[in-house]
Design a protein. Structure first.
Length: 334
């Protein structure tokens, strides 16, 4: 009898613990009408409620409310974009929000990227000079757009004759709700995550986001087939995901003020600011804080190590707040 009770107690602990063995997997697939195209706020009604440790398999739509198509001309795409902006909408078709039971302000939401299945096509474009957007916002008087069609196995695409690019899919935008009372544009990244456009967030990586409101209210959008650091022309290979599989774990043992991530080989810190120099400073400070907290280095040792072994990359320069991410190699720690 005692043994049976002990077994039942052990099973109960496994079931109730974060990341528990009996966590559920939810399917959540949306249409254009069901996407969220508004600003980021703390009072958006949840589209799905899940438990700590659950996994969600979902789809994402193309940009501009799902209407971006490789068959469009630039003018057609630009008209759709401008129409959404005139209505006060964002240009991202978000899937979500997901309400994660047990997530509270001050916690950290761990988002494990388990699987990403890109769609059949994508698009890339350049905005004209008058918009002043992009890493090189001069010298392109007219807008330009290119349709992209992925190979049958979705592993690559031909960009031009003799130019074949491997596909490396990731979600450009993964966000939790901002603080109560704030209304933020979805195209700008920040402490809540958002449109980070960090190409390192591929399958097998984990994103950590500070929770600001009960339930976290996680949303995802802006699927990319591939992107270079910088995303300099304004767009990546903008696609949709037929399936994205993410696992959500509430971390009450972590405290973060900025997003960070982890790959099998690196810890990844991030900084965002309108000024690229300031974004760099934030990413360095976040790296120092991580090294002091997790590796017990002094502040001076951590700063020195950032110079010796950490690679700082320009994440993107096109999202209003520019991004820098620091790649801290795990291999240097015994």
């Amino acid at each position: 009898m005692v043994v049976a009770l002990l077994i039942l107690c052990a099973l109960a602990i496994l079931f109730l613990a974060p990341g528990r063995a009996f966590a559920r997997t939810h399917s959540f697939f949306i249409t254009e009408e069901e996407a969220y195209n508004g600003m980021l706020r703390a009072d958006i009604s949840p589209a799905l409620a899940i438990d700590d440790g659950d996994t969600v398999v979902f789809n994402t739509l193309m940009l501009f409310g799902g209407k971006l198509s490789p068959e469009m001309t630039f003018d057609e795409m630009f008209a759709v974009r401008n129409g959404m902006i005139e209505k006060g909408l964002g240009t991202y078709a978000f899937t979500g929000p997901f309400y994660i039971n047990g997530a509270e302000p001050g916690d950290v939401l761990e988002v494990r990227v388990k699987r990403l299945v890109p769609g059949k096509y994508a698009a890339n474009y350049i905005y004209p000079d008058p918009l002043g957007i992009g890493g090189l916002p001069e010298g392109f008087e007219e807008g330009w757009m290119k349709g992209i069609y992925l190979s049958e196995d979705r592993k690559s695409f031909e960009f031009a004759p003799g130019v074949t690019i491997p596909v490396r899919p990731f979600l450009g935008a993964m966000a939790v709700a901002p603080r109560a009372g704030e209304t933020l544009p979805p195209a700008v990244p920040g402490y809540f995550g958002g449109n980070m456009d960090n190409k390192e967030l591929v399958e097998g990586t984990t994103l950590y986001l500070p929770v600001n409101v009960p339930g976290a209210l996680f949303m995802a959008a802006d699927a990319h087939a591939v992107q270079g650091d910088g995303e300099v022309s304004i767009a990546a290979a903008e696609t949709y995901f037929e399936e994205a599989e993410l696992k959500f774990v509430v971390r009450k043992d972590m405290k973060l003020t900025y997003p960070m991530a982890e790959s099998p080989t690196h810890w990844i810190t991030m900084g965002f600011h309108k000024d690229l120099d300031e974004a760099m400073k934030i990413a360095i400070r976040e790296s120092i804080a991580f090294l002091m907290r997790e590796k017990k280095l002094s502040r001076e040792e951590a700063y020195s190590l950032c110079s010796l072994a950490v690679d700082f990359h320009v994440t993107q320069v096109v999202d209003g707040d520019k991004g820098i991410h620091g790649m801290i190699p795990k291999s240097i720690f015994i």
